[in-house]
Structures are given as structure tokens and as C-alpha cells.
Design a protein around this ligand. Sequence first.
Ligand code: ADP
Length: 419
Amino acid sequence: MSTLSTADTDASRAVGGDYSVLVLNCGSSSVKFAVYETSELTTSRALSADRLTARIAGQISGLPDKARLDWQPSGEPHLEQPLVGVHDHGGALALLLERLQAHPGVGRLCGVGHRVVHGGALFSAPVRVDAGVLKALADLVPLAPLHQPHNLAGILAVSERAPDLPQLACFDTAFHAGQSPVHTSFALPERVRQQGVRRYGFHGLSYQSVAQRLPAVLGDRADGRVVVAHLGNGASVCGLLARRSVRTSMGMTALDGLIMGSRPGSLDIGVALYALSTLGMNLEALSRMLYHESGLLGLSGISNDVRVLVASDDPRARFALDMFCERAAQEIAATAVALGGLDALIFTAGIGENSDVVRAGIAQRLSLLGLAIDEEANRAGCHALHAAHSRVAVHVMVADEEAVIARTTCEALLNRAVT
Ligand code: ADP
């Protein structure tokens, strides 16, 4: 079902808000979900993607062994634990679809939108999933081994249980597709670059969600030189001009750029050669070190979680946070070079939205750009953080990738905006 039939549409008009889309973000140990409902039908008999309302959100976490469902089926937080018989994404999706179908507040499900981390060179826009698309996305697993296999497991699990439900893949790479070769190329021989070895960038759904809401936050400055710092377990920055991506800190894989929870960010590639040739690591050990044992965790030896590090009085925790802030400030400054200056800085994602310590550490290092934050506002968790004399506006915005995926899914499946 890629469009609604006339009968479907008329029925929905009678009751209103009768159709839902499901948004899925499948990670290694969790399935995050949100159900969006359309509140009206347009005269063109397509659901209006602008009028989407988040009805239910939650997650199944603790996969594979300790699965639990946290959600608010009737408005109040509700925990189901243990989820008997749920040991993988297939079981989690089966249970979720069953629960949603039985839920009186969920209209008829007409599509599923998935967050998919890597779209490679082939997919620079959302795409309806079929067998060929799935195969192409599976070929990209080596480029995003932490995320892509789980994203695809979610798609497969839905198609096994609901083969007629249209599914859309929405890519974290797609938002950066318009960047110039100056910002996407590696200084490598052409024969290598011709094989798709280039920077793609990630966190695009988060950046898109911020870019869409910038006018409400920045007014006239929204189309100016804006850097968005997405600081979560994975972290990157993105430079926007006219709300389009110009430069981002992540590359072909999600290892480049900022220091992350357990990834080192930018690294002298000679270190990897040395680890293989001299330290006795094989590819698997090197990959484990780069994806799971480095970053804040590797530096501190304590945790990948900023909350734990801020609360610790171990000097290694302080050192890890200092390095995190230093590298983030360097990447923001490098991005300002690509933009020709800086009008606004936006903090988003788990650390950016919540850690006043990290925001202050980064802002202090950017005073050379005329940026200054109001420490009181920062500590109080205000949305606008800039001091009165700051030349750069500084704001905190909540990342809302789910809304972007829901809207895109509606447009694609019901208005046929993409194929
Ligand atoms: P991801 O989606 O990449 O897994 P998130 O954007 O959810 O990551 O961010 C998770 C991280 O945010 C945590 O590891 C932690 O470091 C940080 N974080 C979350 N809440 C807080 C908080 N209240 N104070 C400081 N840091 C926080």
C-alpha cells in the first residue's frame, strides 16, 4: 500500500486522525520507536505531513538478554519487564507491532520510517525499501559496523511480520549530500577516490531537525553562518549556510572528528599502521579499540558517560573532559573557517542539551571568535546562552530526528515525494 485508496481516505476523513506512521531507530541493544498520527487530510487526499502529532514514544532496551519495554501507552510511564521470549530485534519488533495494533490510540499503520546510518554514494535522499535497496544497504555495513547491521535488522523484522507495510529508509548521511568536493574529498589518489572513498558525514537527521527549526530560534540569523554541535555518545559538528550542510567533522565512517564516548575521533592514520605492524593487533582488535575502547572511556579508564565523569574527582576524568572540549572547540573553529565566520552556535544531543560543564568548556575556548556565554543561563539550562556582548548567538536545541523521519515517511509514502 503506497497510497491510500479513495475508500480509505473518505473513511479517515469521517473520523479524522485515523492513520499512523511508525518511526524506528534500531541500535545494538535497543529499538527506539515513536508513533505519529496525522491530524487531518488535505484536499488532494493525501495525509498532510505538516500536521503530524507524536502519539506514543518509547523503547525496547536490554536486548538480547534483558529486554524491557518503556513507554507511555496511556499517557503515564509504563514499564514491561521481562519481555518473555524477546531475544533479538525480530522478537522485539513482533511484540511492538502486536502492542501497537492492539492500542486504541494508534490509528491504522500505513508506513514505517527507519533511521539508517549510511546511505553511501547511492542514496542521497530517503528511499522506499525493497530487496535491491536492502542488498545495497547491506554492502555498506563495513562503513558503519556499530549501527548499520541493527538498522537493517529492524527493516527485515518488519518485512517478515508485515510484508505489505511500506518501509522507508531515512539516512544520516543524506543531509550532507550537497557539500562541495573541497569538503568531501580525502587527499588520496584518484583511483581510490573513484571507489567511493570520501567523506559522507553523519547525524544528518539531527542536523536537518535543527535546520528546519532555526528560523524560530535565530530569526534573521537562521540563514547565516551556523555551527551545530551534535554532542552525544557519537559526536560531530556541522556547518550550515542558508541552513544547508557545508562541512561536517565525520568522514567516510563515524570514527572521524570529535572525541566520542568510546571512539577517538581524528587520529593520525599512522597509529593504525603501527598497531597492525608493530603492536601485534589484528584488524579485529584494532577495530574493537577504535569503536569500543577509546574516546572518553579510553582516556578516563572510567566511563564513556559525561555524567559519571563530571561527578568523578579522579584527575583522569577531568583530563578526558578537557580533551573532549578542546577537540570540539577546534572542530567548531575549523568549521567556522569553511563558513567564513560564525553567527550562531547550537548545542544539541545528550551532552549538548544537558551538560553545562561541557558547554562552558567549549565556549571558553572559542572566545577568539567573539563568543561568550552567560554562565548563569548556562548553569540554569536556559535555551539562549549567549552573553549580552557576545558576537555569536549560542542556543541549546533538542534534537528531534523522529519528527524528521515521520514527516519524510508521510511525504514519501503518501504524496510520492520520493521513489
Ligand atoms: P546517542 O544517541 O549517540 O547514544 P545521546 O545523544 O543519547 O547519545 O547522548 C548520550 C550521552 O549524553 C550520555 O552518554 C551522556 O554522556 C550524555 N548525557 C545524557 N544526559 C546527561 C546529563 N544530564 N548530563 C550530562 N551528560 C548527559
